[in-house]
Design a protein. Structure first.
Length: 400
């Protein structure tokens, strides 16, 4: 049994167990160990966990159901075995072995016992992959039964999916009840019991191997039956964990769907807005650069055009923006100056302005020459009725 932890319950309540851990190569370097279920859990380490439960706690039998559909057989088996069972059918768990014609191997165990075993495993930090009656783990040779004695319990395997468990003291009585069918030779696994000889039963020599290792060899080809079926299957256990969260998950999924819808709407709106902005940019671009044939990068193209305008057609001559940048601080610093108009042509800036008197006009001319480094000429100067001077001032760059 490669990479498997095989645990044998030595009592029905799993207070003590025996276990053996096999590595990926099928070896058991630590051998068989005994202790509590928590101790065995420490050897799980990602291994497949198979728990052998006492056959004394369940019934191994057969049910004849004329169907090969496993689900239909599971529904029919309780009623087919009803006369053999003393308990309430609703309180029992039924597990099927491999189908063989119309005869179906069945294990019947109380749901309360299954719940107790799984609860003990969960408390120890174990999640078994399989629960198997220990009688079906015993080695089986043709035309003989295998007997295993452990403490006060006895387990007997009588066939591939057949066997029983009982109190050790009741074993001779149960064997006598089967004498009508001529009990095959008993092959003893483990230590012998002198009491059986006194009762007229003489099992053959015991298997010299450690019983749990012999069971592991017997199970190397696969498990004859797994009690973890139906409501105790791994998928059903996960389903029971999932059911309380289904409503929450549905709400979460609905929220994600609605969020995705709103996000899609936002993306659509943003796409529409982007299209509108691109059209607006294209319109501004056409107005600003009427001679441009292609719009590749509007911002870069407009910046290049502005730079070309600033350089001006004459190379060293100042253009409108350059003249205004130089003359602006002087004009703003002149008290009482009222700018009425401006005209730019051929590298010169003509200003129509009003100042307080001729002295202020003359000072403005000198300041433009000194602070702005410009050439200023007074084209005209006339006094109005309020004794203010209206003037036309021409400004050009120093190199003009």
């Amino acid at each position: 049994m490669r990479n498997t932890l095989l645990i044998e319950a030595t009592d029905p309540d799993l207070r003590t167990v025996r276990w053996v851990a096999f590595d990926a190569g099928g070896a058991a370097p630590e051998g068989v160990r005994t202790g509590g279920l928590e101790d065995a859990a420490g050897a799980a380490g990602g291994r497949r966990v198979v728990l052998l439960v006492p056959a004394t706690e369940l019934l191994l039998t057969q049910a004849r159901v004329p169907s090969r559909n496993r689900q239909r057989v599971l529904k029919a088996v309780p009623f087919a075995l009803e006369e053999q069972l003393a308990g309430d059918l609703d309180s029992l768990h039924f597990a099927l072995g491999p189908v063989r014609g119309e005869d179906h191997p069945v294990a019947v165990v109380a749901q309360a016992r299954m719940d107790a075993w799984l609860a003990a495993c969960a408390a120890a930090g174990l999640q078994p992959d399989a629960l198997l009656p220990d009688a079906l783990a015993l080695p089986l040779a043709e035309q003989q039964w295998t007997l295993y004695l452990e403490g006060g319990q006895a387990a007997v395997r009588t066939g591939a999916q057949e066997g029983f468990g009982c109190e050790r003291a009741n074993l001779p009585l149960l064997l006598r009840l089967r004498e009508e069918g001529e009990v095959p030779p008993l092959h003893l696994l483990g230590a012998a019991d002198p009491e059986l000889a006194k009762e007229g039963f003489e099992p053959r020599a015991g298997d010299p191997r450690e019983p749990l290792l012999a069971m592991a060899d017997s199970l190397a080809g696969g498990l004859p039956l797994n009690l973890l079926q139906g409501r105790y299957s791994r998928s059903e256990q996960l389903g029971r964990l999932w059911r309380p969260w289904r409503a929450t998950a549905a709400l979460l999924l609905a929220g994600l769907v609605l969020g995705g819808v709103y996000l899609g709407i936002d993306y659509y709106r943003m796409g529409q807005e982007q299209t509108r902005l691109e059209l607006a940019i294209a319109e501004v671009f056409r107005q600003a650069l009427p001679g441009a044939t292609r719009m590749v990068n509007p911002r870069v193209q407009l910046e290049q055009r502005l730079a070309a305008l600033e350089r001006g057609p004459g190379g060293g001559q100042a253009d409108f923006l350059a003249l205004l940048r130089q003359a602006g601080p002087v004009l703003r610093g002149t008290a009482g100056l009222d700018l009425r108009g401006a005209n730019f042509r051929d590298g010169t800036l003509d200003l129509e302005l009003t100042v307080a008197n001729l002295q202020v006009l003359d000072q403005l001319k000198q300041q433009l020459a000194q602070a702005g480094g410009l050439v200023a000429e007074i084209e005209s100067a006339t006094a109005d009725g309020e004794q203010r001077v209206k003037s036309r001032l021409r400004i050009a760059g120093a190199g003009s």
